[in-house]
Design a protein around this ligand. Structure first.
Ligand code: FMN
Length: 446
């Protein structure tokens, strides 16, 4: 591990030199055109291989319907030209909300989601013409142990976890969700997927990352006497049942998942960890799961890493932690390389599944060159930005029209968007978006 360092790379050669110094594999391609061409992801045509990754905005109406703020964010992404817009987490039932302003997809909010889809399809068409039709995927979630439907924690946990329970002041013997309730939640995902079809989405993502409910079942080694705990077959059951049921109910809908390739929580309390060396990442089960998902009809998926409240730098390599947060003992480029390596390993083990990685925002203007090399080398299927898209919603437009990103518009990885989300405030880019300039008051604590 090299010490943490803020971003100081100006050119591709700086990046190459820093990667060499740190002994990291960071591929780079000067020509980004492989990302800009029309192609297909998961069997669907996309105008380009540029993706907006899901970023919660915490700005829904009290009903859970998208607000004007939500629609503004997605209109900007759509006119910004990305070929794949992966919508943020929307809860499938009220007790699964991560905060009171998270999106919630129900019969009652369906109209609001349909309007959102309509507006962004129109925004994309207006800017880019009728031939430019972005793929729209909605992430569906139950927040499980991170649920805060009224603002205060109301965790629904799958197993007791000595690493994560203290984060929410949970006693070690807290009650866990029953198999019957997990079955009900499975059915809620399927109902929400039906609603997503009515709203006009092309696909749904069964969120299986960041320690939320479905993700937690994958790690439920210590859950006893349960269809959803213990051996691999049981731990993957909930995700696979949801996927299969949706495929039966809504055969025309794309079904995908955003998967934490590893939780990075020591075995046996984390997924994707080595049983013989509990703190070491091991992708054996991750790769086996991706193969099972492919058999169930999942033709593309997005990968993430870790659990944001546990080790935030794993998923989101940054210059600055959230206010009051810890600076990690690793160079952010090591974090980026971990994302690239894991994405590559999963993509190479399942070449028939289109795999989309994350963690590129720290690279600023150099991100697309790395993304282009990943795609050109068959290590990934697309280049996506999370924080980078929030800061720079028209990043795709600048790549398509000018062949490069502007250093004045890129994300600075200051973590203030994460801070806003933790504070359950409307999320936006404090640095780049004038509408959020004063969102973090002076002296605001962590
Ligand atoms: C404020 C904020 C909200 C996020 N919301 C979601 C979400 O709803 N669903 C999800 O899968 N990931 C979410 N993420 C993670 C991002 O999609 C992405 O994986 C992460 O920021 C790393 O990619 P990047 O370097 O491009 O930002 C969120 C991240 C942040 C900072």
């Amino acid at each position: 591990m090299a010490p943490h360092k803020r971003f100081r790379l100006r050119t591709p050669d700086d990046l190459r030199a820093e990667a060499l110094r740190l002994g990291l594999d960071i591929p780079y391609r000067d020509d980004p055109s492989v990302l800009l061409e029309e192609s297909s992801i998961g069997g669907r045509r996309v105008p380009n291989r540029l993706a907006v990754l899901p970023m919660e905005g915490a700005d829904a109406e009290r009903s859970g319907a998208p607000s004007e703020g939500t629609r503004r964010r997605y209109r900007r992404y759509a006119s910004g030209g990305a070929g794949l817009i992966w919508f943020e987490a929307a809860a499938v039932r009220r007790d699964g909300l991560s905060n009171p302003s998270q999106l919630l997809l129900t019969e009652g909010t369906l109209g609001g989601f349909a309007r959102l889809v309509d507006e962004i399809r129109n925004a994309a068409k207006k800017e880019w013409g009728p031939g430019h039709v972005p793929l729209l995927v909605l992430q569906l979630t139950h927040s499980g142990r991170f649920a805060k439907p009224e603002g205060a924690p109301r965790p629904l946990i799958v197993q007791n976890n000595p690493h994560l329970d203290p984060l929410h002041d949970l006693p070690p013997d807290s009650p866990v969700v029953s198999d019957d309730e997990l079955g009900e939640i499975r059915d809620d995902f399927v109902e929400a997927a039906d609603l997503a079809v009515s709203a006009g989405f092309d696909g749904v993502d069964i969120k299986a990352c960041h320690g939320y409910l479905v993700s937690e079942t994958l790690a439920a080694h210590s859950r006893e006497d349960s269809r959803y705990g213990g051996p691999f077959e049981n731990r993957t059951r909930l995700l696979l049942e949801i996927v299969r049921h949706i495929r039966e109910e809504a055969p025309g809908l794309l079904v995908t998942t955003r998967l934490s390739a590893t939780d990075a929580v020591p075995f046996p309390y984390g997924f994707g960890m080595d049983p013989d060396e509990p703190e070491r990442i091991d992708l054996t089960e991750t790769k086996a799961l991706v193969r099972l998902l492919a058999q169930a009809g999942v033709r593309f998926l997005a990968l993430s890493l870790g659990i944001p409240t546990w080790k935030p730098h794993l998923g989101r390599p940054f210059d600055e932690p959230v206010p009051g947060g810890q600076v990690p003992e690793e160079h952010p480029l090591e974090g980026v390389a971990r994302h690239l390596d894991i994405t590559t390993e999963v993509q190479r083990s399942s070449p028939g599944t289109a795999v989309i990685g994350a963690g590129y925002s720290w690279l600023r203007t150099l991100g697309p060159g790395v993304g282009a090399a990943m795609v050109a080398d068959g290590r990934s299927a697309a280049f996506g930005l999370g924080r980078g898209a929030l800061a720079y919603p028209d990043f795709a437009a600048d790549l398509l029209r000018r062949g490069r990103l502007s250093s004045r518009k890129v994300c600075t990885t200051c973590s203030l968007c994460s801070h806003l989300l933790r504070r359950q405030r409307r999320v936006g880019c404090v640095v780049r978006d004038p509408a959020f300039k004063n969102a973090v008051g002076k002296g605001s604590e962590a």
